[in-house]
Structure formats: C-alpha cells, structure tokens
Design a protein around this ligand. Structure first.
Ligand code: V1S
Ligand code: CA
Ligand code: ZN
Length: 380
C-alpha cells in the first residue's frame, strides 16, 4: 500500500492507543485508536496510503531524539528519555522545572509516546515535501502547547513545530492554522520572530488555558504581522466560524501566499466537549478543512484536543472523508469494534446544544477588521 499512488497519506501507529495519562486525566490516546477503527470500518483506508512509525523510520531514516532536539533542548529530551512513573521521585527538581505536573504527568513509555506522535507529523511533512501526497493526516499529533524546555497542557513535545521545521527545509512559507479551542501558544512562540511561518489561532480567550493569544499579539521583529490571533467567547457556532474563517483565511492566502498549510484540528471546539465551551457541529468544524482545500495548497492535518470520547472519532473520521472527497453514510458501521461509544444514536452527526452564542456579529466583525488591517501590512 505504501507506493504513494494516492493523494492522501494517513499515519497511525497501533502503539499510540496503548498510552495512558491516567483514568482521571481528560486526555485519552484511545480516542485516536477509536478513530482509526472507525476510519477502517467506513472503508476509507483503501483510498489512502496508510503508514505507521516503522514506515516513517525507514522512509526518512531517523525519527529519534535528533529530530526532537531540532526544537527541544537536550536537557529536556534527556529527561524524557529516562523518566518513568517508577523512578520519577529521583528527578524531583527537573519534574518541577520542566512542568511535569498534573496536566503533564510522567507517562509510562513517555519517550516512545513522543516519538510516535512526532513520527506522524514529521513523516507527513516528508511525504508532502517529496510530493508523494498533497494531503497528509496524523490524528495522533497536534500537541501545540509544548515549549522548547517545558511540557504544557497535556503536551510534551511539539510535533507541529517539528513538522513545520521539516517543511521549512523545502518550502519558503508555511501557514499554521489552529481550530482547537485553546490558543496554539507553543507553535506561535516557536515562530514569533520569523516571516517564513504564519501562525493563525482561533481560540477561547479570557479566563481560559493557556491565557495567551490576545488579538494584539502579532509577532515581533521580522515576524511582525506573521502571528494572527482571533480571541473568542463561549458558544461559538457554525455560522460564526464560517463568518470569521473565510475572510481571515482569504486575506492570509492572498497576502502571505503559503506554499503549504498545517491545520491543527483539535475537536475540543465541538459542542459538548468535556473541557471546551464552543458549540460547533462536526460539519461546522469540517467546513474549515473544506475551505482550506479550495486553495489547492498541500495540507498536513494533525489532531489536538478533544475530550468527549463519542465526538472525537466521529469528527476526525468525517474529516478524513472530506480530505479524500469520499462521502460516508451517517449510520455508524455495525462492525465497529468500539460501537458502544457511538450509542444510543449510532449516527455520525449529532445535534449541537442550545447554548447561547456569546460572540455577537459586532464583536466578530470588529476582530475581523483589526486582523485584516494587520494582514494588509504584508506585501503580497
Ligand atoms: N480546562 C482544563 C483543564 N483540565 C485539566 C485537567 C483535569 C484533570 C486532570 F486529571 C488533569 C488535568 N487541565 C486543564 C488545563 C489544560 C488544558 C490543556 C488543553 C490541551 C489542548 O487541547 O489544547 C491540546 C491537546 N490546565 C489548566 O487549566 C491548568 C491548571 C491551570 C488547572 C488544572 N490543574 C489540574 C492544573 C493547573
Ligand atoms: Ca486554537
Ligand atoms: Zn485544546
């Protein structure tokens, strides 16, 4: 299957679903295993080049600590390599310094977890750069909060940054778009001073993790105007995301003219998420992918947040079908190994909640005007 005849490459490594934060922790790697199962039972794998960690290792010959240290510090990766739940009390100072606290507990096989998540995004960057595919998907990635020497918000290594660094070896300009409900702070920070990567995050702002992503944060030095932040209130619905996404992306495409796009598709922006407070339907979330596809620029789709187990596989499976242009039925396939997660409806698309949209048209318009004004400063 790995002959790259098709246009979409899909990464999933079976090991990923076996990692476990803790029973009480909201981040469940199992959601990606359930997604993979659903993608398979919808029959979508026959249309894609399906790759795993072993394939990426042989294809690019090195997803090891050297890849991780392209962005992360040696001290930080050295700790990730050796630390385990059993020996962590020997490393008390480093645990505190590198923020291995409740949000980012020391996982069993942490280094393997990081390699597995990163292989997909760096592998995706390689197949895109080699022009083997024009869309590459890694739902195990999108861990956008990790910093150079700090774990943050369930993220240990930043596969988005590492994937983009790989893309920069081939491409002049990379656009990173982030529709997770949280601000893509780690990616923004990594590229805040450069005009070769534009980061654009839509997120809940004010009294919300990680607290960054003010509309006036626009990049610095050469990177001034190359960071875009769209702060939002609770209740964001499908009409509103389309109202803001289109003009902002149009202006970025017109003025920045990216060679390639990475989309972080965190599903915690969906209605009913355990940690989120937006009100998007799966179709509404998917309109962002449909819109980006129109520009005929290669796209890397990575995962991210998403804490309601019944939502995440539905959304990412639907978005895999959008990437492929292969429509799928609303009935969840009977044979799905994880069918219990999809009852009682057993439908792909679920109704949204009746929560109030707290983003008024005026508020959204004002933000659009300010963002488009900043983007005018970039010479096409
Ligand atoms: N919101 C939220 C939230 N919930 C938790 C949490 C809950 C139970 C646990 F056992 C462990 C953690 N942490 C948070 C947030 C982090 C959200 C990360 C989102 C990640 C992403 O979707 O963007 C990408 C994958 N953390 C905080 O709010 C920090 C605290 C301030 C409060 C929670 N406690 C546990 C730590 C400190
Ligand atoms: Ca975001
Ligand atoms: Zn999130």
């Amino acid at each position: 299957m790995n002959n790259f005849k098709q246009k979409v490459t899909y990464y999933y490594d079976e090991e990923f679903g076996t990692f476990n934060y803790s029973t009480t922790h909201p981040m469940k790697p199992l959601r990606v295993a359930i997604t993979d199962d659903l993608v398979g039972h919808y029959g979508l794998k026959q249309y894609m080049n399906c790759i795993d960690q072993t394939f990426v290792q042989t294809y690019i010959k090195r997803v090891d600590e050297d890849v991780l240290t392209q962005f992360h510090s040696y001290e930080y990766i050295d700790l990730i390599k050796v630390i385990t739940p059993d020996n962590k009390c020997q490393y008390e100072d480093q645990l505190y310094r590198f923020n291995f606290m409740e949000d980012c507990p020391v996982l069993d096989r942490l280094f393997d977890f990081c390699l597995c998540q990163t292989s997909g995004s760096v592998g995706a960057a390689c197949v895109i750069a080699d022009q083997k595919s024009n869309i590459a998907i890694n739902w195990s990635g999108g861990l956008h909060h990790a910093k150079q020497s700090e774990a943050s918000g369930f993220c240990y290594v930043n596969d988005c940054v590492l994937g983009i660094l790989e893309l920069l070896k081939t491409y002049q300009r990379v656009l990173y778009v982030d529709i997770d409900i949280h601000h893509g702070d780690g990616v923004e920070e990594a590229f805040y001073l450069t005009d070769r990567v534009m980061t654009c995050s839509f997120h809940k702002f004010k009294e919300y993790f990680p607290g960054t992503g003010h509309i006036d944060d626009i990049g610095h030095d050469k990177g001034k105007y190359y960071a875009v932040n769209f702060p939002l209130n609770e209740g964001l619905n499908d009409d509103s995301i389309q109202f803001i996404f289109k003009p902002v992306i149009d202006k970025i495409m017109e003025n920045f003219r990216p060679d390639v796009v990475m989309l972080q598709g965190g599903t915690d922006s969906l209605s009913g998420d355990r940690l989120g407070c937006f009100n998007l339907s799966i179709k509404g979330h998917g309109t962002c992918i449909e819109y980006l596809k129109k520009f005929n620029v290669p796209i890397i789709m990575v995962g991210g947040g998403g804490y309601t187990l019944r939502n995440v596989p539905r959304c990412w499976t639907y978005e895999t079908s959008l990437a492929l242009n292969v429509p799928i039925q609303d009935n969840i396939p009977d044979e799905s190994d994880y069918k219990i997660y999809f009852g009682p409806e057993y439908k792909l698309h679920l109704p949204i909640s009746n929560m109030e949209e707290q983003n008024s048209k005026d508020y959204l318009e004002k933000n659009i005007v300010q963002i488009l004004d900043n983007l005018k400063q970039i010479n096409p």
